[in-house]
Design a binder for this molecule. Sequence first.
Ligand code: 3HC
Ligand code: NAI
Length: 695
Amino acid sequence: MAAINDVADLSNEGDIAVLTLNSPPVNALSAGVREGIHTGIEKAIADDSVKAIVLICDGRTFIAGADITEFGKAPKGPSLFDAQKMIEDAPKPVVAAIHGTALGGGLEVALTCHYRVAVPSARCGLPEVNLGLLPGAGGTQRLPRIVGPEKAVQMVTSGVPMPAKQCAEVGLVDELAGEDSLRADAIAFASKIVAEGRPLKKVRDSNEKVEAARGKPEIFDNIRKAIARKTRGFLAPEYNIQCIEAAVNLPFDEGIKVEQKLFMELMTGPQSAAQRHVFFAERQVWKIPGIAKDIEQIPVKKVGIIGAGTMGGGISMNFVNAGIPVVIVERDQAPLDKGLGVIRKNYERTASKGRITAADVETRMGLLSGDTDMKALADCDLIIEAVFENMDVKQDIFKQLDEICKPGAILATNTSALNIDEIASVTKRPEAVIGLHFFSPANVMRLLEVVRADKTSDAVIATSMAIAKKIGKIAALVGVCPGFVGNRILAQRQREANKLIMEGAMPWDVDRVLFDFGLPMGPFAMSDLAGLDLGWRKETSNPDGVLRDRLVELERRGQKTGKGFYDYDENRTATPSKEVEDIIIEFSEKTQHTRRDVSDDEILERCVYPMINEGFKILEEGKAIRASDIDIVWINGYGWPVYRGGPMFYGQQIGLDKVLAKMQEFEKAHGPEFKPSALLERMVAEGKSYAEMGF
Ligand code: 3HC
Ligand code: NAI
């Protein structure tokens, strides 16, 4: 083998040259990899003994795309276009040999090769849309020329990669190799095409499929309609569609110009910056400073859940779905039967939609058992308590767990607001106690706040993070404080939303501004959905002093009673309520507010800036490890728009100095709840970023 550079080697196998890339972890197209391809192919072309070239990768995958860490930095070495041109214009066939994932720029390189072979487990895709981008190295022009515009537009807007077998069916892969013999099979394939004198197939010249789609705008109208709801606010999906339209309607070189223009626009825009931040944040969040990666974990073979209510049921489903047996313990048979019945219904509903089979329903229910005796938890490795939110009840349960559970078992609570140190204090093993704060519906929501208490051991934390990954959650490690990270930040927004409607805004104004910002719904629409009577009690109700109590007493309990902050028709379509408007005005007068015009900007800033400020306080107190973990919590637990990167990233994007100045202005006008965090003040004074401050 002759080294081309640190990450590329060229060797000859008879008359076939094999260019091998090896740039861990994912062979991303860094400057070195681009140079390796460019020079390696150039050398193989110059070698008269070589008849064909195989491009293959070592390690876990074929090229997984452009090197995202290089984005925004000054370009070095040959461009990706130079490397691709060297391949596509080669006078000898170049064969891409694909294993793992050929993604983004990786697939775009493979698309400039004349042929592609892949192992059956490989997948090929253009996931740039997930980074707020579009394939910027010819992918939007070449892919539809092979798979057709309809399939291509679906691939680039979803970002979902296609399994190799399907790639072979649609011609994206020319031949499937043996799972363990890719190199040898690719060389044999290259020899075969040389022997057969097959042509140098250039995807760019194959116009049949794109021409056939000309004059059929419905292809694009349909996809726009299909993804509208899911992609609201995102720029990249629409830009991807426009590129495929260009592939259909323009010659290749013109199409490439459209792709380049739109790619650069996205690449330099705020959305892609935010989405790239989220890509790395999602990977950072698992890394816990101070805990060794290889720390011995507690094997979790059986899980116990206490409480078969809203949360207990959903939490159980997560483990059962991952094939882990679960025993649910309830106070009585009736709530146990009810809880198990709800779980079964949930699975049956999923099966009726064709997402699992009827046999899956039985397999999953078979992994689930119920009991009314806490002793059933004796052989569990992880026990999660999800009973009523009451300290006495929870402490009583943890005392029992301390007696019953085997040594080494993890004792977790799903409390959303109680102090976990206090819960742990009633046991003789506080190191085993941790918070596992699931979000409702627990079988659907991706977020898990793993709450480290004072004495929680490293092994319990590491195991909790690992088990979260196993059940498909994204977990953020947070500390004990009221509301932990997510709800603590939510409380800021909630407080301001309630104040704003007393000062002059209406609930629908606040909701509209936050919806337009990109959140799934505003706080008042959310209350209507959850039910205004959540936690409401007749004995303590104060209809003359508390707006919510008044609405509940008027039977305005939310969507379920057809009215809450809004009025609802039979399709649950909301319209602003005159009755509510009058009550709000009455309450404003009672609380001595002179109603005024509240601008949309003020609504946004009053709701969102205190959230950012609270994030700083959380960091300052060490209740979250890093700013990007807070972003992960808000994106996955509360629907913060990914294209705004999470509240902490958003704060930095608009300028922390601006956030601070507004907080100071609000503090003067509205009071101490706007007091800026000391960390925010320090960062602005020192002009530093989160990373520079160690967050
Ligand atoms: N650039 C730089 N680093 C990358 C990377 C990339 N394209 N893809 C992955 N990495 C890094 C990750 O950050 C992670 O680093 P860490 O270990 O320091 O945290 C490491 O590689 C391993 O990644 P994962 O933890 O995600 O590993 P998995 O095995 O779970 O997944 C993968 C592998 C499927 C390749 C996944 O990493 C992935 O989806 N990567 C992104 C693929 C992508 O989006 N490609 C398109 C890039 S944009 C582009 O190509 C533009 C072009 O059109 C011009
Ligand atoms: P729920 O009222 O729906 O369910 C609680 C269940 O616990 C009931 O079925 C009850 O019979 C059972 N239970 C009570 N005492 C018990 C005991 N001693 N032994 C066994 N079972 C007992 O309540 P929900 O909503 O499921 O909440 C449970 C916990 O999860 C609470 O701590 C809550 O704060 C927390 N949580 C709730 C969220 C939500 O959105 N509902 C979100 C995140 C956390």
